[in-house]
Design a protein around this ligand. Structure first.
Ligand SMILES: Nc1ncnc2c1ncn2[C@@H]1O[C@H](COP(=O)(O)OP(=O)(O)OP(=O)(O)O)[C@@H](O)[C@H]1O
Length: 619
């Protein structure tokens, strides 16, 4: 028995190693103690503990020399054994003490976690190791994703009836600048929730949570976040950065900016865009001069400023991520991690919870999209706190479907034989010329800049060749300067016509005048389909979405995109078949798109192609 314990090799271990080992052993012991408390094998652990402990302590025991008698050996070993057991007892007492401290620390950790809405496994290292803490908080439970708050799409409420009340000037601006007096459903739920939480927050140290908002395209999400932000930030004395709004494209940040300009008329609030149209240093100088209360930017440009100039985010009350699923897919410069950790650092939220940071104002994140991601890995980068998932839809009909289509959108598909794909532009022109309600205010999507440029020029030449003066064909793409793009948008919005574009305008862009959308080239994903067709039927208006499928391949792709497992909530509607037929096939049943490509038209088309080719060649 002793032989087993007195391992000569172990006995020759240098005693000076002891303190180090002792330190390491504390952690093992603490782990064992927790296991003993939690495990079903509690008894066995308790019985084994001294044995293990003796083995661990045996380097303290001197190995007997050969000239010692057996009784000497026995005496010395029993003394050694006794000293080992005493030491074991002392260590166990110490362990109890440390374990108590650990429990206290764990409780603190839980407080810290509670404020971040995290429910991690109790970890002894958590409060001491910040890198571990941040990892833990990112692995937080996303159970809230399965318990959204549903709101009916139909409800309306007058802006003057809100409680807490909206500022009179704000209500006035909504009426004068936007011509609206009643809030849409998404606006009711977000305004009420943010304002009542902001009111409570003055007395209640527990900060309110973040928002994930999923509502159809054109349902009024922009004002849903702008109204409570302006209401909360309006009374300020010293200007400083208190809100950042992120959107994916320049046209979109310009649009949000112009909405904000209208909404904040008469308020003392500084607004600014990072437009990326001047050098970074010049833009930063402008930022320092302007001292904006609200800043609108793309994530890329914001990160450029953060990295090079270290913007102060200490007073940031709101971070809005519009078109969130798209932005969270963009991982350049790790914008999300960088921004979130900068906010937490500046606001003193990156360390342990203390009296100071528990009482301070926390930056509320508002994350919005018509195709909100439920990808927990992506959402975890936002480090959300007590997130409220707000879904504007009928709870009976949707479950996990976070892709929403506007209620007054009607979808159509036109299946054209592949053999006619050479005449694609000509067939498109027929759609405008032959269908009375598709002559103007239409948006056509192509898959590339080049496609948009070529198609628009071809249609202009074709119309000329046919002696037709309408519709006016306009085109935008990402190669056009943003000022010129704005001019084209303005003309289109005021005067109508057909605007040919790429997915540059598929997200967020708002023209109330758009009556129909055409997918000339198929979108690359279900999400892009939702956003493209969502440029029409906005603010409860009627709108049409027409998708061309050339041949079986296109049709199969389209079917997969739009019918894939009921992902899209299309308000109990289906995609209608618009039959592509010749005059003699006409039946008068269903929706028919009658196209007779005459020989003359085909000739004009072919000669137009040659003109286009020579134009391209001579450029
Ligand atoms: N309460 C309201 N009453 C009437 N019109 C409104 C109301 N709120 C917003 N609108 C109008 O609805 C249109 C669409 O709003 P907005 O651009 O905010 O939609 P969205 O939900 O952000 O769409 P998307 O997902 O495409 O970005 C705008 O023209 C806006 O002025």
């Amino acid at each position: 028995m002793f032989a087993a314990r007195f391992d000569p090799l172990a006995g020759q271990q240098p005693i000076k190693d002891e303190p180090k080992k002792q330190h390491r052993k504390h952690h093992h012991r603490l782990d064992r103690k927790r296991k003993r408390e939690d495990s079903d094998e509690e008894k066995g652990e308790k019985k084994d503990a001294p044995e293990v402990r003796v083995q661990e302590e045996q380097q303290d025991v001197t190995v007997p020399s050969s000239d010692q008698s057996m009784s000497d050996i026995e005496e010395s070993t029993s003394k050694a054994h006794e000293s080992v057991l005493n030491r074991f007892k002392r260590t166990m007492n110490l362990q109890e003490k440390i374990a108590d401290e650990e429990v206290t620390i764990s409780e603190q950790a839980e407080i810290s976690i509670e404020t971040r809405d995290v429910a991690p496994m109790p970890q002894s290292k958590l409060p001491r190791d910040k890198s571990l803490q941040s990892k833990e908080s990112k692995n937080k439970s996303l159970a809230w994703l399965t318990t959204p708050e549903y709101h009916d799409t139909e409800v309306r409420k007058k802006f003057i009836d809100f409680s807490p009340e909206l500022d009179e000037k704000l209500v006035d601006n909504l009426k004068k600048e936007f011509n609206i007096e009643e809030a849409f459903s998404v606006q009711i739920s977000v305004i009420e929730s943010v304002l009542s939480a902001a009111n409570q927050n003055k007395l209640n140290p527990k900060p309110f949570g973040d928002y994930l908002i999923n509502a159809a395209t054109g349902s009024g999400k922009t004002l849903a976040y702008l109204i409570p932000i302006v209401q909360t930030l309006k009374d300020r004395i010293v200007p400083c950065l208190r809100c950042i709004i992120l959107a994916p494209t320049k046209p979109l940040i310009s649009q949000v900016y112009s909405n904000l300009l209208s909404l904040t008329k008469g308020f003392n609030l500084n607004l600014m865009m990072f437009k990326n149209d001047q050098s970074l240093s010049a833009e930063h100088d402008r930022y320092l001069r302007n001292k904006p209360d609200i800043l609108i930017s793309t994530p890329g440009r914001l990160v450029d400023h953060l990295v090079n100039y270290d913007l102060d985010l200490q007073q940031l009350h709101f971070l809005v991520v519009d078109e969130a699923d798209r932005l969270l897919n963009q991982s350049f410069q790790n914008w999300c991690d960088l921004l979130v950790s900068k906010i937490e650092k500046d606001q003193g939220m990156d360390g342990d919870v203390n009296f100071y940071n528990i009482f301070r104002i926390r930056c509320v994140k508002m994350i919005l999209s018509a195709t909100l991601t439920t990808n927990s890995e992506k959402l975890s980068h936002l480090n959300l706190f007590k997130p409220n998932l707000v879904v504007i839809n009928d709870s009976e009909k949707v479950s996990n479907e976070l892709y929403q289509l506007p209620p007054n959108l009607n979808e159509y598909q036109i299946r054209v034989p592949e053999t006619l794909s050479f005449y694609k532009p000509l067939i498109l022109l027929h759609l405008f010329l032959d269908q009375n309600d598709l002559r103007t205010h239409g948006l056509v999507f192509t898959k590339s800049n080049e496609g948009a440029i070529r198609l628009s020029r071809l249609l202009q030449l074709l119309l000329k060749g046919m002696g037709a003066s309408t519709p006016t064909i306009l085109s935008v793409n990402s190669t056009i300067r943003s000022q010129d793009r704005q001019k084209i948008f303005k003309t289109f919005d005021k005067e109508g016509g057909i605007l040919i574009s790429t997915d540059l305008v598929s997200r967020g862009l708002n023209f109330d005048s758009i009556r129909f959308v055409v997918n000339y080239d198929l979108p690359m994903s279900t999400k892009e389909y939702i956003h493209r067709v969502g440029r029409t039927a906005r603010a409860n208006k009627e709108g049409k979405a027409i998708t061309f499928c050339y041949g079986e391949g296109d049709y199969k792709w389209f079917k997969r995109l739009v019918y894939s497992g009921g992902v899209i909530n299309r308000n109990d509607k289906t995609v209608n078949d618009m039959k592509f037929i010749r005059e003699e096939q006409k039946t008068g049943e269903g929706i028919e798109f009658i196209v007779d490509l005459t020989d003359e038209e085909k000739q004009i088309y072919e000669s137009t192609l040659k003109v286009l080719e020579s134009e391209v060649y001579h450029k």
